[in-house]
Design a protein around this ligand. Structure first.
Ligand code: TTP
Ligand code: MG
Length: 352
């Protein structure tokens, strides 16, 4: 046996249907009714989230509004109020900081807390934090408690809404055994399909693959998977990490041949970038905006400008310039912004 160090205690806290919960709190007549927040009713609109009443109809975050309305014709759709969400987020963050300085926000409504140094047991602590949040905001939160970020994050989903789930260190192997591989960080559709072909559905299944086999199939990520499927995750909770840039990009299933086709993709990419920005980096100063293109031959080019604020029109000018550089067909368009630098190193926020 390896020498035991004090095991870590990590809480992953996640507000329940955050934007929708705020809207219902502020308009009590909506209570009990299905509510979605976000996009307009036309085909382009997308919901940011919806409450649990709407989820019973199969409505989900990031679902196109028209599809949500097909599933739930009585869905009440409200516009976003990011300033209100940001304010509540600040209140919640302040409460978390009373318990530990090691708070790593993932978005407005989600954070990891490392409470290892706190004298209290982590389960009851999570309970207290959730109660304080409710008392102050009248919003409910769910929590996962575990020996690392991976386990805490997965656990916080299990008793949603308004619940919590704790996995003790000794329980981790059993906890991982039946868990669908999809729940692991970094596994999307493509990896999932590949795993499916290998006959792997759960983390328990994956544990039977050697490191070599995982690397053979997934490259370097295979090494990570070897640990993740065993519930091993040493990543520290890193408070208030700051990224230098934020971007939104899309790779197209068929390459775009003309500038007009590229321009057509802009509004959606722009909307998504703006929503992401509002959620993740609402208070940072933007210094530059950029457009990145990747071409069919996998070469790339980036055009960026200082002193512009992000607008659809400015991005269009950068896109035109980037396209004109080669005229080659385009397989990817990315729009992004860079922030004023701080003394902190660049660390990519891993969206677990
Ligand atoms: P989530 O925590 O993913 O969702 P949620 O809080 O609405 O619901 P849950 O109870 O399952 O935690 O996201 C937090 C907020 O972020 C959410 O209220 C709206 C916003 N959001 C988007 O704007 N776009 C998205 O695609 C997602 C997933 C969330
Ligand atoms: Mg949430």
């Amino acid at each position: 046996m390896e020498p035991e160090t004090k095991s870590r205690a990590i809480i992953h806290l996640d507000m329940d249907c955050f934007y929708a919960a705020i809207e219902v709190r502020d308009q009590p007549s909506l209570k009990g009714k299905p509510v979605g927040v976000g996009g307009a009713r036309d085909r382009r609109g997308v919901l940011t989230t919806c409450n649990y009443e709407a989820r019973e109809f199969g409505v989900r975050s990031a679902m196109p509004t028209f599809m949500a309305l097909q599933r739930c014709p009585n869905l009440i759709i409200l516009p976003t109020r990011f300033d209100v969400y940001r304010k509540e987020s600040g209140v919640i963050r302040e409460i978390m900081h009373r318990f530990t300085p090691l708070v790593e926000p993932l978005s407005l409504d989600e954070a990891y807390l490392d409470v290892t140094a706190h004298p209290g047991a982590p389960g009851p602590l999570a309970q207290i934090i959730r109660q304080l949040i409710f008392r102050k905001t009248k919003l409910t939160a769910s929590a996962g408690i575990g020996p690392n970020k991976l386990v805490a994050k997965i656990a916080s989903d299990l008793k949603k809404p308004n619940g919590q789930f704790e996995v003790e260190k000794e329980e981790v192997p059993a906890f991982m055994q039946e868990l669908p591989v999809r729940k692991l960080w970094g596994i999307g559709d493509v990896t999932e399909q590949k795993l499916d072909r290998l006959g792997i559905a759960t983390c328990g299944d994956m544990q039977r693959l050697s490191r070599a086999k995982l690397v053979e199939n997934f490259g370097k990520f295979g090494l990570e998977l070897f640990d993740l499927c065993r519930g091993i995750d040493d990543r520290p909770v890193e408070p208030d990490r700051e990224r230098k840039s934020l971007s939104n990009e899309e790779t197209f299933s068929t390459d775009l041949e003309t500038l007009a086709e590229c321009e057509e993709k802009l509004p959606e990419l722009f909307e998504e970038l703006m929503a992401d920005l509002a959620q993740k980096e609402s208070v940072r100063t933007i210094t530059k905006i950029f457009v990145k293109l990747k071409f069919a031959d996998f070469t790339r080019t980036t055009v960026e400008r200082a002193g512009l604020s992000p607008s659809l029109e400015q991005f269009r000018l950068l896109l035109d310039e980037a396209f004109a550089r080669t005229g080659k067909s385009v397989r990817l368009i990315g729009l992004g912004v860079r922030f004023a630098s701080t003394e902190q190193d660049e660390t990519q926020l891993s969206l677990l």
